[in-house]
Design a protein around this ligand. Structure first.
Ligand code: SER
Length: 887
């Protein structure tokens, strides 16, 4: 019996042999459709190829596309587990032609694959065509030889396939399998077509038109083919089963669930096992594609699926978290074809375990409350909306979980009442907010957030995506349209632009719509909204338009490198300086990074070198950067660095990088850096390229600030340094650095010697030039030899040395020197030791300073100094001192 993996391979191989390019499944989160929650059919990734906007270098393709139908328009969640063919996650096999072959080849391909490769009996097959499509009917007749009553013409939209309200579309033909008359049901188009006897297995769409918003339908430039066949369905058929959940793949998961709970896979818990098997697949694939459980948008759909599965596990009597234990069984079955599942196994396991552990805490209590409520109600009555809301608000029960629980009891929820209770709570939040003193300007963001919910950030995984313009704001007011040249703030439902937060600057880039383009100069956040600060550069941007959002990729790459390097730097500083190092602030800009941390002193040269070397060693390690969602307590438990004093929510993003076996953090004690962080990061540390510290300054008391560069900027900086050094060596005419060092030392020594010589010469010149013996004569004032002189071109600093020399020449006596520095005077006096009893140098300078326009003066009895402002009064100063000595 072929396994589902074999059946998938047969399909891909068949079309590959027929010149189709095997294209990988696109991720479940669509990048090219603003309105679609999840990829829900194989053609989504080719949407723009059909309309001619995008070109690929192949014209035929074949895929096995991951699909989720659990939110938005196609939502199968409610039925999963209870029916034979509903799934939240499924694989769609499809072959595509982009302006290459059309109906004439698509039909024979399908027929040959089904009847020859898969060996399905022709007698079991019948088809439908759109009622006006004579061409398709004729081809079926010719190729398959089907009688007219097995080529059924259908006049309804069932045979006209549209992706959505807009986009490529066309008539289709569907292939059905007849399970035989032992199963009730009629052929398609008959009154009892909904029975289970005739099952649609493959849909071939003849893509021919493009549908526009205004209702117009235009011919596509090229007629194309889009086909879709659910692997689970064709698998069941080829394995002789009627129920998709009886295929080898689904059965393996059901058995894993049965083993883990010791509950019979086919017993009373049958439905629970089926729900668990299905939800395990959607959960694992969504997480592998970057969706994380949250309370908004896609993350909330994921959370609803997870919690719904957890309630079913609870019904099976599982006391401990269960889902996470089943992940490995899934990876074993599907990891061969989807390597992303293997890569994400640890992340999926951890995320499930965390969600299960936390939800278990309220699940029991919530279910008890539900039972109490039901006991109070008359038999069969619907559950009041406010009770369902309490379960939602207090116990974290998504509405569909409550509905699912009631379904087993044949009851329903008053959904209108639930919504009323939700609206009332929002009104209360609004009233509380209005009283919180926020500015008027902020009110618009509150209103918009309330109306549209938080913006979904796609930028962890992509730098371009489509979004829908939900609001345009100018000067604090909502507008409908912004023209070229206008500044406007743009809100979309989902964006790859990072809104400034946690030190990482906002992204820049472009937003393009059908009728215009805007340049985004910054992205900010308020109330969960991402605000694109933009200027319309061409045409106009209107409310509701579909927009292509493209982040400036190169700038973002540099920001990412700087942000990841900051984490490595933080850890390296802790290693080099000690555990007191804690982050105090940071900036992750495209051109540099800045990191403030608690530490009292500049880094020594050795510390700086050690830090820089360690960071660069981890960059070269090129280890993957891993992101997880955890509770703040668990994050601290694994040693994650958190910002001191920061308030964190129930869940935090934890970013880890670097392998440090034996000495690291984390459960494995082998992770180098673990931080709480909402920013964007490189995938592997090697992308940082290199890091160099360019500044180390004090930022405030006890806080240092380091600036560093990474990647090309680091290399440019190092090159500039080297160039400057070479410039200096050139000036010194040194061929080597050692030679330059030697020459510089020699120059410094020579300079010192010259300065000494110069000082000596100036002193001699000042004192009358020539030899030590010459100089002005002293006079006798009442038995004291007194020498006085006015010196030009001498500074006050030089006076004490000159006083000493003069005193030595006199042997016994007093000296007064006045330095005339043009506009400023300095005066110094000296008295030889034998006379200091009679005469004080301090008194002398005071007397002199009084004349020179100065004040005070100080020193010792044998040497004192003072200043003044009027050197022209030098003679008067000398006279005053003569008078002092002469008595
Ligand atoms: N787009 C069509 C479908 O989803 C065929 O792939 O059925």
């Amino acid at each position: 019996m072929p396994s589902l993996n074999d059946i998938r391979s047969t399909f891909l191989d068949y079309f590959a042999r027929n010149d189709h390019q095997v294209v990988e499944s696109s991720p479940l989160v669509p990048r090219n459709d603003p309105t679609l929650m999840f990829v829900n059919s194989g053609m989504v990734q080719f949407k723009n190829v059909f309309t001619g906007v995008e070109h690929r270098d192949y014209k035929r393709a074949v895929t096995s596309q991951k699909c989720v139908r659990a939110g938005g328009k196609h939502n199968d969640l409610d039925n999963v587990g209870y029916t034979a063919r509903h799934h939240t996650f499924f694989e769609m096999l499809g072959n595509f032609s982009f302006g290459d072959y059309f109906k004439e080849a698509a039909i024979p391909f399908a027929w040959e694959l089904l009847t020859r490769e898969y060996g399905i009996s022709k007698d079991r097959l019948l088809v439908t065509v759109y009622h006006t499509d004579d061409e398709a009917a004729a081809i079926w007749k010719k190729v398959a030889g089907l009688p007219d009553d097995r080529i059924i013409r259908i006049p309804t939209n069932d045979n006209f396939w549209m992706m959505g309200p807009t986009g490529p579309c066309g008539p289709c033909t569907e292939i059905f399998y007849d399970h035989g008359d032992h199963i009730p049901g009629g052929p398609p188009g008959s009154p009892d077509e909904d029975g289970d006897r005739f099952i649609e297995i493959w849909n071939l769409v003849f893509m021919q038109f493009e549908q526009f918003e205004d209702g117009a339908r235009k011919d596509l430039a090229a007629q194309s083919i889009d086909t879709g066949m659910g692997l689970e369905r064709i698998g069941a058929l080829l394995q002789g089963k009627h129920d998709n959940y009886d295929t080898d793949l689904m059965r393996a998961l059901i058995e894993a669930s049965a083993n883990a709970t010791s509950a019979d896979p086919d017993g009373p818990g049958r439905i629970h096992h089926r729900v668990i098997a299905d939800h395990l697949r959607s959960t694992a694939f969504l997480i592998a594609d970057g969706v994380m459980p949250s309370n908004e948008g896609r993350g909330y759909v994921l959370r609803r699926i997870m919690r719904r599965a957890m309630r079913h596990a609870h019904q099976l009597g599982a006391d401990e978290p269960l889902m996470y234990r089943l992940v490995h069984a899934l990876v074993r079955k599907m990891g061969g074809h989807y390597p992303e599942l293997v890569r994400a196994e640890a992340l999926v396991t951890e995320t499930l375990k965390l969600e299960e552990t936390r939800f278990r805490q309220t699940l029991d209590r919530g279910l008890r409350l539900l039972d109490d409520e039901l006991a109070r109600l008359p038999d069969g009555a619907t559950l009041p909306g406010d009770a369902a809301f309490r379960l939602y608000d207090t116990y974290g029960f998504p509405l569909d979980l409550t509905q699912d629980a009631l379904r087993e009891k044949g009851r329903a929820v008053d959904v209108a009442g639930f919504e009323a209770a939700m609206a009332e709570q929002k009104a209360k939040a609004r009233a509380a907010w209005a009283g919180s003193g926020e500015t008027k300007e902020a009110a618009i963001w509150f209103d918009l957030a309330e109306k549209h919910g938080a913006t979904e950030f796609l930028g962890y995984d992509t730098d371009s995506a489509e979004g829908q313009v939900l609001a345009l704001v100018r000067d604090g007011a909502a507008i409908k349209r912004a023209e070229a040249g206008e500044s406007v703030q743009i809100i979309v439902n989902q964006t790859p632009f990072y809104g400034e937060a946690g030190g990482q600057v906002g992204d820049t880039g472009t937003i393009r719509t059908e009728h215009g383009q805007a340049r985004v100069t910054d992205t900010l956040r308020a109330q969960g909204l991402f605000i694109h600060v933009a200027e319309v550069t061409e045409g106009h941007i209107t409310l509701g338009a579909a927009a292509e959002l493209a982040v400036d990729r190169d700038r973002r790459a540099r920001i990412k490198a700087n942000h990841s390097a900051t984490h490595l730097l933080h850890e390296a500083l802790r290693q080099a300086l000690g555990d007191h190092v804690a982050q105090r602030g940071s900036l992750n800009a495209p051109d540099r990074l800045r990191f403030d941390f608690s530490h009292g002193a500049p880094l020594s040269a050795a510390e700086r070198a050690a830090v820089q070397q360690e960071v660069n060693a981890y960059i070269r390690q090129n280890a993957p950067v891993v992101t997880r969602i955890m509770t703040p307590d668990d994050a601290r438990g694994v040693g994650a660095q958190a910002l001191f004093g920061e308030k964190y929510g129930d869940e935090v993003r934890v970013v880890s990088m670097g392998r440090a076996p034996g000495s690291g953090k984390g459960l494995d004690k082998a992770t180098y850096s673990i931080e709480l962080c909402g920013g964007t990061h490189v995938r592997r540390t090697g992308e940082i390229g290199a890091m160099v510290i360019v500044a180390d300054q004090a930022s405030s008391a006890g806080v240092r600030r380091i600036e560093a560069l990474t990647g090309q900027a680091a290399i440019d900086w190092l090159e500039a340094q080297a160039e400057q050094l070479h410039g200096l060596m050139g000036q010194l005419k040194s061929p080597t650095f050692e030679d330059a060092q030697k020459k510089l030392s020699a120059l410094q020594a020579e300079n010192r010697a010259l300065q000494n010589e110069l000082a000596q010469l100036r002193r001699e010149l000042a004192m009358g030039g020539g030899g030590a013996a010459s100089g002005p004569e002293s006079r006798d004032l009442g038995g004291v030899k007194f020498l006085a002189q006015v010196l030009k071109g001498v500074t006050g600093k030089e006076l004490p040395g000159l006083i000493d020399e003069a005193k030595a020449r006199l042997g016994s006596g007093a000296v007064l020197l006045v330095a005339d520095a043009g506009g400023k005077a300095a005066v110094a006096a000296g008295v030889t030791a034998d006379l200091t009893e009679r005469l004080s140098a301090v008194d002398m300078v005071r007397a002199a300073a009084a004349e020179l326009g100065g004040k005070g003066g100080g020193g010792r009895p044998d040497m004192a100094q003072a200043g003044g402002s009027d050197p022209s009064r030098a003679d008067a100063a000398i006279a005053a001192v003569e008078k002092l000595i002469g008595g």
